[in-house]
Design a protein around this ligand. Structure first.
Ligand code: SAH
Ligand code: SF4
Ligand code: F3S
Length: 463
């Protein structure tokens, strides 16, 4: 509905923290509000409803939420806006959050998104809705392509929750048990998104490769690849223990599945992995990467690593550095261990021994410095090559340029005219640690819808 048709007092603003699961949940919340007659506000201080969709993965993430809440308190006081906390902090804290934050109107757990329109409207009592919904009753909120607008790439939730017991991680506590979305629902959501202009989907879940919604995850990828008009598939995040030979083969055999794999290793020391309860050793991980690279030699590989896990010695950290040297990840997300409530590592802190903060900081700096060099070397190897990009829109760093992603998920800022959704051929002429830049050679326009009345699908345009 046009913004001026929205009744006064019905503008919302959602501030999203955390991972792809939260981004996706925020889209579903926005869609639920739009259906209920709300419109999006440009900024929080123009909103009548502010929702913080929060992350609890590390202490710092939680601190950011608390400071944002402090800022929004003012808007609430000035405009009489309603203020709610959703996501993982909401789930971990539940009704306690209403006690801790007296100016908070509601608390909404990740399984309770459908309650948002009611809580947004309510003027009465303060409320916390944080029940988990089990596999029998849970209905995954459907993406509404009208909300997606002109988006080229979209997340599709295929499972929720996590049944693993990694000793550092709060996610099983905040997201509950694994529930998989039935195959036909995933297929029809992808088809609806494609009909609305989406060209790439990323299948998401805390542990996507343990998917069990009627077939294996590898089979799900193959089925999604059959949706007409879809051009690219990605997925995240996977656990090394659930990485099957069948999923490895999918990388080699499903042309739509992009050659980029995010597979968190967490540490290069098997002793640390054991205390982390990851259920694989370094050699298991190495062997899996070896098999994958034998099947798909150009596979881009990214990972997560935690440094300063309780009891991590200099030798353990040296083993992590050696693994990074050996496997040469394309990119790495690395963090200092942060003790989290409801986790077993926190209960063992005293026994295993905390790593001093300065030691952990130094380790993180060394790891990140080495990884920056490796990422730069890897990106530089693309200079002079012409690569295919799926164009997403204007560049975020240079208004005169366009932006797209390579098959390996690198961001490329380029000079050219290719519209969002087009596949462009771009010659790479420079590389940094985080991105490539180049010049467009040609592009193919996206197919117009997926109707059989457009059999050729694409037109070729050469610059
Ligand atoms: N389900 C995914 C992602 C979980 S959270 C997986 O298993 O890989 C993303 C990353 O945050 C993790 O891979 C881990 O590296 C990091 N992380 C999780 N808990 C943490 C903690 N307590 N301290 C520091 N980093 C943490
Ligand atoms: Fe957390 Fe481990 Fe589950 Fe990932 S697999 S969400 S790190 S418990
Ligand atoms: Fe954070 Fe929850 Fe995601 S803790 S990383 S928002 S699942």
């Amino acid at each position: 509905m046009p913004i001026d048709a929205v009744p006064a007092g019905k503008r919302f603003f959602i501030h999203t923290f955390g991972c792809q699961m939260n981004e996706s949940d925020s889209s579903r919340m926005a869609e639920a509000l739009l259906r209920d007659g709300w419109a999006a506000a440009e900024a929080p201080d123009a909103a009548d409803l502010i929702v913080l969709n929060t992350c609890a993965i590390r202490e710092k993430a939680e601190a950011k939420v608390m400071s944002a809440l402090g800022r929004y308190r003012l808007v609430r006081a000035q405009r009489g806006a309603r203020l709610g906390v959703a996501g993982c902090v909401a789930q971990a804290e539940k009704a306690r959050l209403l006690e801790r934050v007296p100016y908070l109107d509601f608390v909404l757990g990740p399984d309770q998104i459908s309650e948002l329109p009611r809580l947004a409207r309510a003027t009465g009592a303060r409320e916390a809705r944080t029940d988990f919904v089990g596999s029998e009753e849970y209905v995954f909120p459907r993406a509404d392509p009208r909300g997606v607008g002109a988006q080229v790439s979209a997340f599709v939730t295929v499972m929720k929750g996590c049944d693993n017991v990694c000793s550092f991680c709060i996610v099983p506590h905040t997201r509950g048990r694994e529930v998989s979305r039935p195959v036909p629902e995933v297929e029809s959501e992808v088809a609806r998104l494609v009909a609305a202009g989406v060209r790439e989907v990323t299948l998401i879940g805390q542990n996507v490769n343990s998917y069990a919604g009627g077939c294996t995850f590898a089979e799900l990828v193959r089925r999604v690849a059959k949706v007409p008009g879809l051009q690219r598939i990605r997925f995240t995040t996977s656990h090394p223990q659930d990485l099957s030979p069948e999923l490895m083969r999918a990388f080699a055999e499903v042309p739509l599945l992009m050659p980029h794999f995010h597979l968190p290793v967490q540490s290069g020391s098997s002793a640390v992995l054991e205390r982390m309860r990851r259920r694989y050793t370094c050699d298991d991980y190495r062997a899996k990467i070896g098999s994958l690279r034998a099947l798909v030699p150009d596979l881009a590989l990214t990972s997560d690593i935690i440094v300063g896990f309780p009891g991590e010695t200099d030798q353990d950290f040296a083993a992590t550095m050696a693994l990074v040297e050996e496997l040469r990840f394309d990119n790495l997300y690395s963090f200092i261990y942060s003790p989290r409530p409801h986790t077993s590592a926190m209960r063992h802190l005293g026994e295993w021994g905390e790593v001093a903060r300065e030691v952990a900081v130094r380790r993180l700096e060394r790891l990140q410095a080495r990884q920056r060099e490796i990422s730069l070397e890897k990106n530089r190897a693309f200079v002079g090559r012409t690569v295919e990009l799926l164009v997403e829109g204007p560049s975020r760093t240079d208004a005169a340029k366009r932006m797209g992603r390579t098959r390996w998920n690198q961001v490329v800022n380029f000079e050219g005219l290719a519209p969002a959704g087009a596949l462009a051929q771009v010659r790479v002429d420079a590389a940094s640690v985080v991105a490539l830049s180049g010049v467009e050679r040609s592009h193919e326009l996206p197919p117009v819808g997926v109707e059989p009345s457009h059999p050729s699908g694409r037109r070729l345009r050469v610059l």
